[in-house]
Ligand binder design. Structure first.
Ligand SMILES: C[S@@+](CC[C@H](N)C(=O)[O-])C[C@H]1O[C@@H](n2cnc3c(N)ncnc32)[C@H](O)[C@@H]1O
Length: 312
């Protein structure tokens, strides 16, 4: 029920993940999962995927899904933009729900808003024909902005109307209704696909490198940052194994809409020092992961080891 980046490919074949073929519906920012609970009961014929960036919310929703014995729901802790951009197959989404998205009211934060022209362009490729996005919000300014952006994308017909009753039962809906705030709703119905070709972040085979030299003399480490087109690889800390001279590195790969925490090991073997990714956290092996492994290998060469072989 809980998915991590390593469970996905770009794009992902969802039928085996759910164990059945069914319309795929995504909720972005599900909060405590109340609306997903409603959807799985109201639409047992749908395969539901929820994306949420807050870990606390994911756990609350996970417990809720267990309690209601949800059959066809998967939760992903991470950005819904990643699911739409990289993971969802072309024409593979039946519907997307966005309930009470963070409004980012400050001018300098506007770029963080989800519903903007570039997102609508990507979405136009991922929705099936006749597919739609349903937005419900308490925020008049973000609502007007989203409607304007949806229309400006040239891909969606926007129909404003009353929100589906169940969206008024989410945690945030209750909060705003208690404050007597009006609630706004629009349906963004796919009209045509954007001309722009949307490239996905490819999954690449596991990366590793072999170095000659010894790790035992290394006594200090400083943070390593490696920038590449589309992201950064940051090696944060190094730890020594008590039983051998092996080193473990904590790293972060930051790519568009995908942030992965990684553990990379540098381990003495009969063939030399093997630098490779550990599978903790089930990462997706993207360019950022490769760059992180190579950042560790490069740092080791700066410490006197020499790169014998790198598989990239
Ligand atoms: C205001 S809350 C609304 C929660 C829930 N939909 C409700 O109605 O109670 C917005 C939620 O969106 C989540 N969120 C923000 N950006 C996101 C993104 N790019 N992908 C997934 N979730 C996101 C936040 O963590 C937060 O839980």
């Amino acid at each position: 029920m809980l998915l991590s980046p390593g469970d996905f490919s770009t794009p992902t074949e969802f039928t085996p993940l759910f164990g059945r073929e069914a319309p795929l519906v995504l909720e972005i920012g599900f909060g405590d999962g109340r609306y997903l609970e409603h959807l799985q009961a109201a639409h047992p014929e749908w395969n539901l995927i929820g994306a949420e960036i807050s870990l606390g919310s994911v756990w609350r929703a996970y417990r809720r899904m267990r309690r209601c014995r949800a059959q066809h729901v998967h939760l992903y802790k991470g950005s819904g933009r990643f699911i739409v951009r990289d993971v969802a197959p072309d024409g593979g989404l039946h519907r997307v729900y966005v309930n009470f998205p963070d409004p980012w009211p400050r001018k300098r934060h506007l770029k963080n808003r989800l519903l903007q022209v570039p997102f609508f362009h990507i979405l136009s490729h991922r929705l099936e024909e006749g597919g739609d996005l349903l937005l419900t919000t308490d925020h008049p300014e973000y609502f007007a902005f989203s409607v304007e952006q949806g229309k400006a994308s040239g891909c969606f017909a926007v129909v404003e109307g009353p929100p589906p009753p169940a969206t008024l039962e989410t945690k945030y809906a209750r909060k705003w209704l208690d404050q007597k705030k009006p609630i706004y709703h629009a349906r963004f119905l796919l009209k045509q696909r954007a001309e722009a070709i949307i490239t996905r972040n490819p999954v690449i085979p596991m990366q590793h490198a072999i170095l000659d030299g010894t790790l035992s003399d290394i006594g200090t480490f400083s943070k390593q940052v490696r920038s590449f087109r589309g992201g950064h690889a940051i090696v944060l800390e190094a730890y020594r194994d008590l039983a051998s001279e092996g080193l473990l590195f904590k790293a972060v790969s930051e790519e568009e809409d995908l942030r992965q925490e990684l553990i990379i090991q540098a381990w003495p073997t009969e063939d030399g020092v093997l630098v490779s990714l550990q599978p903790f956290g089930n990462p997706m092996t993207t360019r950022g992961v490769r760059e992180s492994v190579m950042a560790v290998a490069d740092w080791l060469t700066s410490q006197g080891l020499s790169l014998r072989q790198a598989w990239i």
